[in-house]
Design a protein around this ligand. Sequence first.
Ligand code: SAM
Length: 221
Amino acid sequence: MADPRSTTPHLERYYSKRAAEYEQIYDKPERQRELEWLRRRIPELLAGRTVLEVACGTGYWTQFIARKARMVHACDINESVLEIAADKPIPRDRVHFFKADAVSLEGVPAGCDAAFAGFWWSHVKKSGIEQFVANLAQRLQPGARVLILDNQFAEGSSTPISRRDPEGNSYQMRHLASGEQFEVLKNFPSSAELAEAVRSVAREAHLESLTYYWLLVFTLK
Ligand SMILES: C[S@@+](CC[C@H](N)C(=O)[O-])C[C@H]1O[C@@H](n2cnc3c(N)ncnc32)[C@H](O)[C@@H]1O
């Protein structure tokens, strides 16, 4: 029987074990110019807002967003990444880290007028995206601004795709420093798929496509 969850069962465990080595992904030399641009662009778009950050991981983006936002409520399912995030030098009156599931979003605070999700969308099954978008929209104020950041597939820089399932989801084989290997769901949606995914909740949407990343910015109805 098909797994009804929106992500693969071991995704949480993979990122829990990867916590200490996770931020090495931001060291890839060929991606530095785009990362520099995103580190400016994302906080600018969230300036003055109360932001819900979904699947915040080690707080890499939280630290930049918190410099401009009014407040960041940042959640993740894994304690191991939240501990690293909490150690970052972010003023405590600007950030609230807590544990929550990114799909159900149960327990997230009300009243956020913005959201950010970095490298989460690609880990949600195609069949689970509609539910994720609906839950997210329901937790935010009308008119909220939503930013979704994720990867383009870049030959020679991205981990190769190891297989596709019948639904069209793609997978990669990932290796940890310990030698442990995981098959991880990682989708690379087209611009048409992204536009369709937010059509029912967004009054306008804009996609910024770079070589290594894409940034979808939309405003809720
Ligand atoms: C690719 S990392 C992104 C981390 C961070 N947003 C960033 O951009 O650096 C994916 C994150 O999703 C988290 N995660 C996995 N399953 C989750 C779930 N069901 N609910 C919430 N977070 C989850 C992992 O712990 C991990 O921190």
